[in-house]
Design a protein around this ligand. Structure first.
Ligand code: PLP
Length: 375
């Protein structure tokens, strides 16, 4: 057997290098979950469901204990049937993912060649761009005046190399949304070869009649993908279950490249149970509706600008004065055991994003910010 070369020769040899562009990608920074020296901080930084998850979903998850040695059904048959029936969709047009994050990744991977581009809003959810850059595609960001998607600004950036247009509706970290008419106008402005991705991670939280989750448009169109998640309203973020509805040809492409077992048995079972637990969903929505309005009003009363949100969080702007900055506020809240989300990485250094909590959490946030603004 030949001996490995001596160490100094190896040091000079070329190293494995990731392909062009990968090391230029800024890694995704998740919401913090710890504060040094605080044993049980309150996490209001990741838009999780503050009520936890449905008791029925927890039961279903626990019921999977005897199946841990088994591979899951790679097509998530039970969940496919449940979603198709609940939303009135064709089962063969559904794709499941390890969170909806994986579905963005699959779309990028399947459709982007180096030199192509994606278009998104300037405050677009971070995962779209990471996947596109990994495919050596360009990421084009349209201005969002008033922190809201502007259809004309988006369309201005679309050209012959645009393959995907991403819109989170409502957006994260903005919480703002666009109407069904605006979505339709965006779609009308795209060539049939461009895919419009409507990310509905927070769609359930919107109750305005002019809003649509886009499933109706996707049903008719050849180039619309709607993504959804069990991570937010359903409180199953740890189980990583997302799904998407799309033309059957796109589903076929994604199914060819996804990992064969990308959702787990406990995840599928818990998701099916969560979908059926409308009582838990209604309770979660009622909590968010009530305390979102209260937080908005209280924060406004402190002289802070709040972006009108349709999701389970609010985006708050802080003064640009040195000791009242968003950074100072984040540190002050942390000193009270409250973790919120700094959004500098989204180009919003003067804002914080705060997940809506239980009554006592929301009151603790307002008490802390009252002291912070006074101090
Ligand atoms: C707008 C938006 N889309 C998608 C996701 C991804 O959710 P998941 O991968 O958990 O389904 C998130 C998570 O924060 C989000 O905020």
């Amino acid at each position: 057997m030949s001996q490995p070369p001596p160490l100094d020769e190896r040091a000079a040899a070329p190293r494995p290098t990731p392909k062009r562009g990968v090391l230029d990608i800024a890694p995704y920074v998740p919401g913090k979950s710890m504060i040094e020296g605080v044993e049980h901080p309150l996490k209001l930084s990741a838009n999780e469901n503050i009520l936890g998850s449905s008791p029925k979903a927890r039961e279903a998850f626990a019921g999977a204990i005897d199946q841990l040695h088994m591979y899951p059904d790679g097509r998530a048959g039970i969940l496919r049937t449940a979603i198709a029936e609940t939303f009135g969709l064709e089962p063969e047009r559904l794709v499941f993912g390890c969170g909806s994050d994986e579905i963005f990744q699959l779309l990028n991977q399947a459709f982007l060649e180096p030199g192509d581009n994606i278009v998104q809003g300037e405050f677009g959810f971070g995962a779209y761009a990471i996947g596109a850059r990994a495919c050596q595609a360009e990421v084009r960001m349209a201005p969002e005046p008033g922190y809201r998607i502007d259809v004309d600004e988006m369309l201005k950036l679309v050209d012959a190399r645009t393959r995907l247009v991403f819109v989170a509706n409502p957006g994260n970290p903005t919480g703002t949304w666009i109407s069904a008419d605006e979505v339709r106008r965006l779609h009308d402005g795209l060539a049939p070869s461009v895919i419009l991705v409507l990310d509905g991670a927070y769609a359930e939280f919107v109750d305005d009649p002019s809003f649509s989750d886009g499933l109706g448009l996707a049903r008719r169109a050849q180039n619309v993908v709607v993504t959804r998640t069990f991570s937010k309203l359903h409180g199953l973020a740890a189980l990583r279950v997302g799904w998407a509805y799309m033309p059957v040809e796109i589903a076929d492409a994604l199914d060819r490249i996804r990992l064969p077992f990308n959702t787990s048995i406990p995840g599928q079972l818990a998701a099916v149970a969560a979908l059926a637990d409308t009582e838990f969903q209604e309770r979660s929505l009622a909590l968010v509706n009530r305390w979102r309005a209260w937080l908005h009003q209280q924060l406004g009363g402190l002289g802070l600008e709040v972006t009108p949100s349709a999701a389970n969080f609010v985006l708050v702007e802080f003064p640009r004065t040195p000791d009242k900055s968003a950074r100072d506020a984040e540190a002050f809240l942390a000193s009270r055991g409250l973790i919120v989300r700094g959004v500098t990485g989204y180009g919003l250094p003067h804002h914080l994003r705060i997940t809506i909590g239980l009554e006592e959490h929301n009151r603790a946030v307002i008490d802390a910010l009252t002291d912070f603004m006074k101090g």
